[in-house]
Design a protein around this ligand. Structure first.
Ligand code: APR
Length: 309
């Protein structure tokens, strides 16, 4: 007997609810939204569900404050977290969000011991580590989101500069978000043509810089964090797993010797399928790419060392 897939989204805020919406539109499975806020997960879920007859999706979207509703999920997406408040340092926020992620994952993982975990809460590389500890899940079943969004931004700007469809633009971004991001220009192409053959170096450099500050650009404009493209990124990762697509995408994965690193979650290209991370792909680096990746790894190790997980 076939059974519909079940996806839990923890955190029914801007990103969580939008992810649920995108996944419903793509008919990826029944969706459960969970949040501490009263009425919000139920209300947003109902609102999304009621679009079903128009959008023609045959699935249920529900919301709850209780984890019981998440039992036997195939995938758990973690978007719960706090925005930075005035007077709060980055380190304070890190501890607050790590506590939230640990608590929510511990509860959800017990009820869905076979699930795949997808982590977005910021900083996602650190929170993926926390989520793995809280769940006790095998490393390949814990995966963080950063690179899909960063490379989508990179591809959007490249496609725009070339006036071509973003569908034909492939771009790889490794490492962390922001300044530590490692956009791999050499591995980026348009229908197989290296972008270095299509665009002048200074245009590429400007696009790389814009990609690095892509989150900040949106934040400055609307005064809250980006959530539409992050939601699409999460949905793409969930689909890769639920449909066992074996997509080759940049994701936050545990490294056990790959790239010479151990005991860390960081952004790398990987094959993503029904088991979560099927394989981390190791690409050759130039010296400057290697240095940038090392810097990125260091920027994940520092906050991790402050958290003691
Ligand atoms: N359990 C469940 N939900 C929680 C908890 C908790 N312990 N703590 C907070 N939340 C919920 C909030 O109630 C809120 O609805 O997480 C949601 C976060 O939503 P937003 O504030 O809208 O944030 P969003 O833009 O969706 O970002 C999600 O990504 O950028 C990061 O720091 C941000 O970690 C946050 C995540």
């Amino acid at each position: 007997m076939f059974k519909r897939k079940k996806i839990t989204v923890i955190g029914a805020g801007a990103t969580g609810a939008t992810t649920a919406h995108v996944m419903a539109l793509k008919e990826m499975g029944d969706i459960v939204l969970v949040d501490v806020a009263e009425g919000i997960p139920e209300g947003k879920a109902l609102d999304i569900w009621e679009a079903g007859p128009i959008e023609r999706f045959s699935l249920k979207v529900s919301g709850s404050n209780s984890y019981e509703a998440t039992r036997d999920s195939d995938v758990i997406v973690v978007t719960a977290g706090m925005p930075r408040k005035p007077g709060m340092s980055r380190d304070d926020l890190l501890k607050v969000n790590a506590d939230i992620v640990y608590q929510v994952v511990e509860k959800a993982a017990k009820l869905s011991p076979e699930a795949l975990l997808v982590v977005l809460s910021n900083p996602a590389d650190v929170m993926a580590y926390v989520a793995q500890k809280a769940s006790g899940f095998p490393y390949h079943r814990v995966i963080g989101q950063a690179g899909v969004l960063d490379s989508a931004r990179f591809r959007t700007f490249l496609a725009d500069a070339l006036n071509v469809s973003p569908k034909d633009v492939t771009a790889f971004v490794m490492g962390g978000h922001g300044d530590d991001m490692v956009p791999l220009v050499r591995y980026s192409s348009v229908a197989g043509i290296p972008i270095e053959k299509l665009l002048p170096a200074d245009t590429i450099e400007k696009i790389v810089q814009r990609t690095r500050t892509g989150g900040g650009e949106v934040l400055n404009l609307m005064k809250i964090s980006a959530f539409y493209a992050p939601a699409s990124s999460l949905a793409e990762m969930v689909q890769a797993m639920l449909k066992d697509e074996r997509r080759v995408i940049p994701v936050i994965s545990y490294l056990d010797g790959e790239y010479g690193e151990h005991d860390i979650f960081v952004g790398v290209p990987a094959i993503v399928g029904g088991n979560g991370i099927e394989k981390v792909l190791e690409v050759e680096f130039t010296d400057s790419e290697r240095a940038a990746f090392a810097k990125s790894v260091a920027s994940v190790r520092k906050p991790l060392s402050m958290l003691n997980y």
